[in-house]
Write a protein that binds this ligand. Structure first.
Ligand code: NAP
Length: 358
């Protein structure tokens, strides 16, 4: 029997659209002071557009870069204009669609705004896609979203992880890190995770069951890597960049690999610090350092889902999420990534999908 179309509750006539606008570009910490509340009419989609109601939001450290920079000439990567609606990856429900392939009731993953209702084209830096039936929005943004895709393809494909190898990661208890450490354990690697708070280290040790933890804020990372990886590192997965990357480069063993996922320590630094000091170690060990851009792996998402969904269902992979609730708290989400408050994937639940029987 064909699945019955899920019908969303329409926007109420006269309803206002709450928004968070970018008020001030970041200069130091990011958070509520950078944003201003506003309201608009519920927007009306034109040809080639659809109206969505936003449900769940994802927060990424690179949103700070979008707040800091605006060049309308750069199209998809143009940043956010001062006074413009802050942008974000979200899961939304389609209310009205003039876009082929999308109908009211679809739950979609894409780029939208910090507002109740957005008009989207489905195109751009991160094209919109439909969630498979039954995939919860939080998982679609976290372990099975862009976050999980970079963790999966970073560990498995770019990192070429092999059982028995030593795996070290920075940002080990963040969104990407919390998935990557568990994947590396599932694949039989020895995992040492670097993070910046006691709470994160406790989660890594007690829940993710990694083999060693390092607090880069209170411990000497090079010394601790020497103690925890006496035979060197086979694979270093870098989320944070900076001094931890240098220390890891120094301990890479023959044919060692570095996966460049991100460099959170650099995003807020002004002026931008010089690159890694110890990169010549790659010559000495015939090593490799390679980046990956999650957006480019979106067309292969079903491959990653096919591997990860059974691990999630069996409890081998336990997504770690840090969920804020409510529209008022959106500006807090980005701040939490920079003060290190989040443990696991930082999300915000605005509302759950509405279901009206057809
Ligand atoms: N390549 C891609 O397509 C792609 C896709 C998604 C994410 N990423 C990147 O992956 C990295 C992790 O992203 P995520 O979403 O999972 O974020 P996250 O790790 O959940 O959150 C950011 C974490 O960065 C750490 N941090 C904050 N300021 C720092 C600083 N000055 N120096 C060092 N660490 C700092 C904090 O952890 P501690 O308390 O441990 O310091 C914080 O919890 C980011 O660099 C992001 O840009 C890349």
């Amino acid at each position: 029997m064909a699945a019955r179309q899920r019908m969303p509750t329409p926007a109420v006539p006269g309803e206002r659209n709450r928004q968070w606008l970018l008020e001030k570009r970041p200069d130091g910490p990011v958070g509520p002071a950078n944003f201003r509340r506003a309201e608009s009419d519920v927007p009306v989609p034109g040809p080639g557009q659809m109206l969505v109601r936003n449900l769940w939001y994802s927060f990424e450290p690179t949103q700070r870069l979008l707040m800091a920079y605006y060049d309308p000439g750069e199209g998809d990567s143009s940043g956010v204009a001062l006074g413009g609606v802050m942008t974000s990856i979200a899961v939304s429900e389609v209310l009205t669609s003039h876009l082929a392939g999308f109908v009211p009731g679809d739950l979609v993953h894409g780029h939208t705004g910090w507002e109740d209702y957005s008009v989207v084209t489905g195109k751009g830096f991160l094209p919109t896609y439909k969630l498979p039936d039954g995939m919860p929005p939080n998982l679609a943004l976290g372990a099975l979203g862009l976050t999980g895709l970079v963790a999966y393809f970073g560990v498995v494909e770019v990192g070429r992880a092999q059982a028995g190898e030593t795996f070290v990661i920075s940002g080990g208890a963040g969104g990407v890190g919390s998935v990557a450490v568990q994947l590396a354990k599932i694949l039989g690697l020895r995992v040492v995770a670097v993070a910046g708070t006691r709470e994160k280290l406790d989660w890594l040790r007690d829940d993710a069951r990694v083999d060693g933890v390092i607090n880069y804020r209170t411990e000497d990372v090079a010394t601790r890597l020497g103690e925890l990886c006496p035979d060197g590192i086979d694979l270093f997965f870098d989320n944070d960049g900076g001094a931890v990357l240098d220390a890891a480069l120094d301990r890479l063993r023959q044919r060692g690999r570095v996966v460049l996922c991100g460099a959170t320590s650099r995003y807020a630094a002004d002026p931008r610090p010089p690159g890694p000091m110890n990169y010549l170690q790659l010559v000495m060990i015939n090593g490799r350092m390679e980046g990956l851009l999650g957006r480019d792996y979106v067309p292969r998402r079903e491959e990653a889902w096919a591997a990860m969904r059974p691990w999630i269902a069996s409890g081998q992979l336990r997504p770690k999420e840090d969920v804020l609730q409510g529209f008022d708290r959106l500006p807090e989400g980005i701040g939490r990534l920079y003060d290190g408050a989040n443990v696991g994937k930082q999300l915000l639940r605005l509302r759950d999908p509405s279901v009206v029987p057809a």
